[in-house]
Ligand binder design. Sequence first.
Ligand SMILES: NC(=O)C1=CN([C@@H]2O[C@H](COP(=O)(O)OP(=O)(O)OC[C@H]3O[C@@H](n4cnc5c(N)ncnc54)[C@H](O)[C@@H]3O)[C@@H](O)[C@H]2O)[C@@H](O)CC1
Ligand SMILES: [K+]
Length: 505
Amino acid sequence: MDVVTAQEMYEWDQVAIESSGLEGKLLMENAGRAVCFDLEKKLSKHQKIVILIGGGNNGGDGFVIARTLLNLGYSIEAWQVVPDSKVEGGSHFHKRLLENSGFPLYHLEQITEIRESLVGADVIIDAMLGIGMKGRLRGLIRQVVALSNEQEAFRIAVDLPSGVPADEGIDVDQAFEADYTCIIAAVKISALVENTRVYYGEWNVVEIGLPVKKLPSSTRKVWQWEDAKRAFPKRRANSHKGSHGKGLIVGGAANMPGSIAMSARATLRSGAGLLTVAAPGSAIQNVAPYVQEATFLPLQEDSGVVNGQIDTDVSNYDGVALGMGMGRRLKSHKLVEDLVCKVESPLLIDADGLYQLKDILHLVKERTNPTVLTPHPGEFAHLVDQSISTIVNAPFYYSRKFSETYGVYTVLKGPVTIITAPDGRQYVDLTGNAGLAKGGSGDVLSGILLAMMLQSNSIMDALNIGCMVHGLTAEMLTESEHSMVDLLATDLIEGLSQTFRTFSF
Ligand SMILES: NC(=O)C1=CN([C@@H]2O[C@H](COP(=O)(O)OP(=O)(O)OC[C@H]3O[C@@H](n4cnc5c(N)ncnc54)[C@H](O)[C@@H]3O)[C@@H](O)[C@H]2O)[C@@H](O)CC1
Ligand SMILES: [K+]
């Protein structure tokens, strides 16, 4: 499932029209019909449905939808909310087709004319503005959106809710508040971004007959179950503990043994062959009983906090995770710097490790082996010197820029997790739920990611699979023995077995 900007979507449409000879109005017919067949699962013939139609191609889709649903026997009132002079090209063609089919079309000139219809509607379909919307909502459409939002009716948007831009990083002051959005051909970035995704409600993408082989390949995709199925590391019958990687987890503090303990246990539960935990000795005594399968490496410490560099040779590990529960004291800085320079395998840095990274990003850039950073928006905002709201409203832009600048894999966590490779390729993980918004979830994720990195030949696959395993485990647990309220990070670790069993391929 591709994720596109408005410009990329226009390029796709152009390729379709130029390279395969698909005419714009045929694409519009396809789009409108695909939306209708998707909407049939949401609609019933007893409902009173009002469809709001704009002047651009989104409105063109609206004319097709109105005609098709009327043909199917739905009770539809179709309103053109812009003057005739604004309805051009393919939209004009489909407007005539609707009228020539013998169906009525109402023309809105003043907001009062439509009030009664909207108040009495069971369903309101918004086909006013799509990816061509610019700036804030204007004129009559703005009033129609406000009035629609006041109604009890089920609200459906076509492609995107009017007033919502397709791209990220743009403020919205007013927009159609959809309960469901039927997205055309590819997910628009705004469906996945904090300040705009709320307007979409639930959503689905419909296929409209674009010539997929001819389209430029997208560098942004939603990671799906089929992808995980293809990429999941296989355990061969003749494998031994060395075949699945030898990992090292570094972090912990005397007063925070839980974080690193959870990471370590999650790594072991996720299939790592061998694991060593390096932590202050005073933390190890509390971590050890929880992860009996691991070996331990006491770090130099001062009052329960790591102090100084690591004495052990770290070159014989296949992967290292650093930072969980380490604390943000200045004395742990040397350890982070040391590992950034010395680890010759994939290095994952999370939590307090990220905090220590800001002034040594130039060293991260010099690493020749993969580096993975797993910040939440607050940690990322600190790293890139932006506000949290700037990050959450333009996460694709900032994480790509960061990954490309420093040559790192970035896992930007949140309700939508964005995984970016050093070359700028991005995957989106949509699994998980609010049960994960708790201390410890991130530690578990780091542990799973380390294990996946140890077992996979591709860091990108490992990160995507790890995020999906983490999210699906939360979903599975809140559908069975837990709720989003009581779910704990430790429950996730124990729930992993069930998730991995479902990956039985
Ligand atoms: N060939 C294509 O390009 C296809 C386009 N499709 C549909 O076409 C849409 C894009 O069509 P367009 O590029 O014509 O753009 P839109 O239909 O999204 O918007 C353009 C119209 O909106 C008005 N407008 C822009 N900003 C406004 C604002 N702030 N307040 C009020 N009015 C405003 C403009 O005057 C213009 O009439 C897609 O979202 C999709 O629904 C689909 O039919 C598939 C094929
Ligand atoms: K719309």
